[in-house]
Design a protein around this ligand. Structure first.
Ligand code: ADP
Ligand code: ZN
Length: 821
């Protein structure tokens, strides 16, 4: 006789659990359940979670009795086999749980839990008659009480678990999760005009010219309109104004007269007619050659690095590659750093791909994310090209043919918190490999790692473009010596006479200016006011940071300390400064210097609102602003047409940042910000103010010498044992009790040193050692190239386990950050 057949499923829960949980299912359920469907399961005392079925088997768990599930939520999988493979890789590489990955990967709306708060969706009107009884009960309750927890809804419809009902209502968009209601989606609307239907015929132009015979300004506007209409379908009011030099009132008159009709369109969602997008641009010879080289390399390589100077036209090359992948019937993923994902870029791509583009980023609402997820899952026509920020590597592709990682050097591709602390570029490469698809990394200033992988290790193919599109020369870069300028009293505030003169000239030529001031790092680095010197750690090649409470300078990698200096170690000066200045101060100063100019500021403070970033960019594009003062944000791949001058107020703050990548980053950032100047036809100009005009990094920036920068930085990395010569894992301990953190960190460091010897640095308090009442302490683990990564991680896991099971440390949180960039 056979034993009664029993069935179990392993379920991934969206929590940071060490392992998946096993539940019992019935034979009938087993017939229905597939890997990748969602189930509602009980967990803990009274909680219900949405989990993903990871495995179906016959083996009962030994440590606990398997509970049964509440319900199955999907008929077919919402997570596919490729995703599971990716999750598995991430979990073992980044040392995190599948549940943490699941939480990061899936739109929240997919993951109902008992605590989730539900409301009616105000933007959907529902038909009472079309609702099932239980659905109706939920809606009725929500009409009386604007929001309810899932738990409460369970009680109302008298069920242990209301997930299936809620899922149906979510699918119909009748209800929504509370959190997204609080961040209501406000799309950016662009004001446009089109001809009134009365004039939408062939002879409209003639007829209008006739009608407006006596109104010459209006006639001119109409002519400009027709002119613009030759090039584009959407005629923005702003463009029409510039083109015809008209005022808003004059355009309004034409609207009132019934010549034009006003409408608004949404820039970051795509509602194009098929006929409204067209063939891509013809490439110039440099682009053409690059494209051929890339294709050639892809015959034998899976990854190619495209190193094209700023404004060399990389985007157009991506477009060609995407076109051929679409022709093969496959999906393409185009990754950009979150901040670079502007309507500017989306519009540019819409022109070629129209409806086939889906955009995926964190500013989107849950509904929209679910929409994109489903489009990708179903291989819909509407998501054949996904353009997205780092989390789009999680989308359920099933037929991916190409991944493009633009601005591959961007550090924002790395997620710091919460876990999974993944790097989207590296993850994208693994994702592509699962599909045997190709990955193209693009940058004007590649990361040291990628350039090393391409040119030294030959793991990647390498293609370069050294010419800007249109053969515009790279901007001329002038270094201005602040020491000298201060000495000779040639400074007004933070502006040198050179910078002021160039700004004046640029404004007179009706061109635009970008002023770059690095947000003062959270790290208080000190520097000499006379010569700009900053003290450095003799062991780590990074700047020391100032710790006020002990009046000390410390290295926050290795704990090297020295007393705060009374005199500058380089020039003997006595004014040693730890304050610095920010964008706001620069804005104030420039407004005094150039009271006529319109100035805008772009930094964290001015871009908090969801669309404020796009708004600032748009007003700068439309020349409503003459001078844009900004931080890093102004550098991210923006394509401005009228910027002639870029001024960098103080390059030293970048170079002296206490991080082993500070020099590489300074080079990248300065090249990128310089790259905003002179993108159209005339050569741009860049002024970099510094106390160290002879610093090698600045010399390399000024002549665009990436190769020397690479050789020199690589040598430093070799000497001081940094990536790419070793990998770095950062361990962070957190607890509200200072002593616990200290003792835990000591214990951990000793255990690690036992195995990894000198390759353990710290423990050391970071510059900001207390955040939200929690003390932080870090340990760095360096993993040399010849040391097994897998073994290292398994040792680390074991040490982590014994740490967490030590009574004193149980409450201390231990975070692991692999490849801490
Ligand atoms: P990158 O991404 O390398 O910085 P872009 O792709 O933004 O450069 O191109 C720079 C500018 O040159 C853009 O305004 C783009 O529209 C224009 N451009 C690039 N390639 C072409 C082409 N083949 N035909 C017409 N314009 C182009
Ligand atoms: Zn050090």
């Amino acid at each position: 006789m056979h034993a009664i057949e029993v069935f179990f499923i392993d379920v991934i829960l969206p929590l940071s659990l060490e392992r998946n949980f096993t539940y019992a299912i019935t034979k009938a359920e087993a017939d229905f359940i597939k890997r990748g469907v969602r189930v509602a399961v009980p967990f803990g005392k009274n909680k219900v979670y949405t989990g993903i079925v990871y495995n179906i088997h016959h083996i009962a768990p030994t440590a606990y009795e398997a509970k049964s599930i509440h319900s199955i939520l999907d008929e077919s999988p919402v997570v596919n086999q490729f995703q599971f493979k990716l999750w598995e890789w991430m979990s073992s590489y980044y040392l995190c749980s599948m549940g943490e990955i699941m939480r990061a990967a899936m739109p929240n709306a997919f993951l109902l839990e008992s605590e989730t708060i539900i409301s009616l969706n105000p933007s959907t009107e529902f038909e009472v008659n079309s609702l099932k009884d239980d659905e109706y009960l939920v809606c009725e309750a929500l009409q009386q009480q604007s929001s309810l927890k899932v738990d409460e809804i369970n009680a109302i419809i008298d069920r242990k678990n209301s997930f299936p009902v809620l899922k149906r209502l979510l699918d119909q968009k009748v209800i929504a999760l509370e959190q997204e209601l609080s961040e209501k989606y406000k799309p950016k609307l662009i004001r446009c005009v089109r001809l009134h239907p009365n004039y939408q015929h062939e002879n409209a132009l003639q007829e209008l010219v006739e009608t407006l015979k006596s109104a010459s300004k209006q006639r001119e506007i109409v002519l400009s309109y027709f002119n613009l209409a030759n090039a584009t379908k959407q005629i923005k009011v702003a463009d029409l104004k510039t083109k015809s030099k008209a005022t808003s009132t004059q355009i309004k008159t034409l609207i009132d007269k019934g010549v034009f009709e006003e409408y608004h369109y949404q820039t970051d969602r795509i509602q194009f007619q098929d006929s409204e997008y067209g063939a891509s641009t013809e490439l110039n010879t440099y682009q053409e050659t690059a494209l051929e080289e890339i294709d050639g390399l892809f015959e034998t390589q899976n990854i190619v690095l495209l190193h094209g100077v700023t404004s060399s036209g990389k985007t157009e090359i991506y477009v060609k590659m995407i076109e051929s992948i679409l022709a093969e019937g496959k999906q393409a993923l185009y990754l950009v750093p979150e901040i670079a994902l502007t309507s500017q870029l989306v519009q540019r791509l819409q022109k070629y791909f129209g409806n086939q583009i889906a955009v995926y980023h964190s500013r989107y609402s849950q509904n929209e994310r679910v929409e994109v997820w489903n489009h990708v899952l179903n291989q819909s026509e509407n998501a054949r090209v996904v353009i997205g920020a780092r989390s789009s590597v999680f989308l359920p592709f099933s037929n991916l043919g190409l991944v493009i990682v633009d601005e591959e050097h961007e550090q924002s591709y790395k997620q710091f918190d919460p876990s999974p602390r993944y790097h989207a570029r590296d993850t994208a490469i693994v994702l592509a490999a699962l599909f045997k698809a190709k990955t193209l990394l693009g940058s004007a200033t590649p990361s040291l790692e990628s350039f090393y992988n391409a040119t030294k290790e030959h793991k990647f193919g390498y293609v370069a473009i050294t010419k800007r599109f249109n053969n515009v020369l790279m901007p001329e870069i002038e270094l201005v010596d602040l020491t000298d300028k201060y000495k000779r009293k040639r400074m007004k505030g933070h502006f040198s006479d050179r910078l002021i003169a160039e700004i004046k000239e640029t404004l007179e030529a009706e061109s635009q200016v970008i002023l770059f001031q690095n947000r003062r790092g959270y790290s208080p680095v000190v520097s000499c006011n006379t010569c700009g010197h900053t003290p450095e750690c003799p062991n780590c090649d990074v700047s020391l940071t100032f710790h006020q409470y002990r009046n000390q300078l410390r290295c926050h990698y290795c704990s090297h300390t020295m007393a705060m200096q009374q005199f500058c170690g380089a020039c003997g000066g006595v004014e040693i400064d730890s304050k610095g200045f920010g964008t706001e101060q620069i804005q104030e100063e420039i407004e005094v210097l150039f009271p006529e100019a319109k100035v805008a500021r772009m930094d964290l403070d001015t871009t908090r609102g969801k669309y404020s970033y796009d708004r600032i960019i748009a007003s700068f594009e439309n020349k409503e602003v003459d001078i844009l003062v900004g931080t890093q944000m102004v550098t991210k791949g923006l394509d401005f047409r009228h910027v002639k001058l870029v001024g960098v107020l103080n390059a030293d703050q970048l170079i002296n940042f206490p991080d082993f990548r500070a020099h590489e980053r300074s080079f990248q950032l300065l090249q990128q910000v310089a790259g905003r100047a002179g993108r159209t036809d005339e050569r741009g100009k860049v002024i970099i103010q510094t106390y160290n005009p002879h610093h090698t990094i600045l010399q390399q920036v000024s002549i665009n010498d990436y190769d020397s920068m690479f050789v020199e930085q690589l040598e430093d990395r070799r000497i001081y044992k940094y990536p790419p010569y070793c990998r770095i894992i950062k361990l962070t301990l957190k607890h509200k009790d200072y002593n616990k953190v200290n003792e835990g960190a000591e214990w951990l460091a000793i255990s690690l040193r036992h195995v990894f010897k000198d390759n353990v640095l710290g423990p050391e308090f970071p510059v900001v050692s207390r955040i939200r009442n929690q003390y932080h302490k870090n340990i760095l683990l360096k993993i040399p190239q010849n040391q097994s990564l897998v073994k290292t991680k398994s040792v680390l896991q074991k040490i982590k386990m014994s740490f967490s099971s030590t009574r004193d440390f149980r409450a201390v949180r231990l975070l692991i950050n692999v490849d801490n960039y």
